[in-house]
Design a protein around this ligand. Structure first.
Ligand SMILES: Cc1ncc(C[n+]2csc(CCOP(=O)(O)OP(=O)(O)O)c2C)c(N)n1
Ligand SMILES: [Mg+2]
Length: 334
């Protein structure tokens, strides 16, 4: 069922507005390409899940919910940056440096930035969806007028914690927007091999929740559709489950060569759907930007990404006296 409003109420995106979103998406991609390079040089250790290919989802959603709360999983470098975390703080955290967003104690899967209402990335698949309910409940309780936007994958939509969270969110009419980024795979398992239903928004029907599914390669479409869902939740009608169809270009993590994809599948998406390519084309066709203007912008962003890399590389490691910080609660006893 869908009783979503027919409009998000957001102003129509003009040329400079779309150019800004293009810049954001391009920055995320460049920063992650540099992160991949750093990983292969062992400057970044541990897990590292790249978001390359999916940028239009985070950036489009941010354009509609910039002042709201976000919570997400471990493929969250792009979400963090789209929500306002600086490229420097993001990259330094991947490097495990003291200048990272959580002082180098979290790493790739545990970015967090309260100052921009980015309530973190989480490593347990589906485990953060109930936490989104907590955020939504707090918003409702304080009458804040915001929404809790929760991102997760198609694999997470098979988890018990996800179903339980949907039940409660709908019962309490929490102001949550659940966004399933269906990128067709959970690690090496395609969605068809893991689920009878492949439109994950249909999961909402089991609890009577409003839902919608759409393709997410056009950043403007994502902005408008997420905007409508956020408006619905913000106005007190209850939560919404969105499935946004997307695609990840890289393997599940840096150690996955992604050999399970049918031949040509990745090329097909890259050639016909890539969010950067589509937005650049739209900027030129509909807003009069030239290839040279876009080249100049890309040059500027390349320098910004390189600056983030250099900042991360030259930053100090956390000192060993921080080793047990946040592991044990401080003792209140003498
Ligand atoms: C509870 C739990 N089970 C298994 C894993 C191992 N694991 C990590 S990511 C992942 C796949 C999740 O896929 P999806 O939800 O589609 O997100 P995507 O990686 O595609 O963004 C699995 C099984 C885990 N981290 N947590
Ligand atoms: Mg997936």
């Amino acid at each position: 069922m869908s009783d979503l409003p027919s409009s998000s109420g957001l102003p129509e995106l003009d040329g400079p507005g779309l150019l800004h979103l293009y810049r954001e998406m391009y920055l995320i991609r460049r920063v992650e390409e540099l992160a991949a390079k750093a990983y292969t040089m062992r400057k970044i250790l541990g897990f590292c899940h790249l978001y390359i290919g999916q940028e239009s989802v985070a950036v489009g959603a941010a354009a509609a919910t910039m002042d709201d709360y976000w919570i997400t999983a471990y493929r969250e470098h792009g979400h963090a940056m789209a929500k306002g975390m600086g490229a420097r703080e993001m990259m330094a955290e991947l490097f495990g440096k003291a200048t990272g967003c959580v002082g180098g104690l979290g790493g790739s899967m545990h970015l967090f930035d309260k100052s921009v209402n980015f309530m973190g990335g989480y490593g347990i698949v589906g485990g953060h969806v109930p936490l989104a309910n907590g955020v939504g409940w707090a918003i409702q309780h304080r009458d804040e007028g915001k929404v809790a936007v929760c991102f997760f994958g198609d694999g997470a939509a098979n988890q018990g914690a996800f179903f339980e969270a949907l039940c409660l969110a709908q019962l309490w009419k929490l102001p949550c927007v659940f966004i399933c980024e269906n990128n067709a795979y959970a690690m090496g398992t395609s969605i068809e091999r893991a689920s009878y239903l492949t439109d994950m928004s249909l999961r909402a029907q089991g609890v009577g929740m409003t839902r919608e599914a759409f393709e997410g390669f056009d950043v403007d479409v994502v902005r408008e559709r997420v905007g409508r869902a956020a408006r619905y939740a913000r106005e007190g009608h209850g939560p919404v489950l969105l499935e946004i169809q997307t695609y990840r270009y890289r393997g599940h993590s840096m150690s996955d060569p992604a050999k399970y994809r049918p031949e040509g599948e990745l090329d097909e998406v890259r050639e016909h759907s890539d969010c950067l390519m589509r937005t650049a084309q739209k900027l030129m066709d509909e807003h009069g930007y030239t290839e040279a203007a876009l080249d100049a912008l890309r040059g500027e962003v390349d320098a910004e990404a390189k600056d983030a890399y250099d900042f991360a590389e030259s930053s100090p490691l956390p000192t060993t006296d921080r080793l047990y910080d946040y592991v044990y609660a401080p003792s209140t006893q003498e």
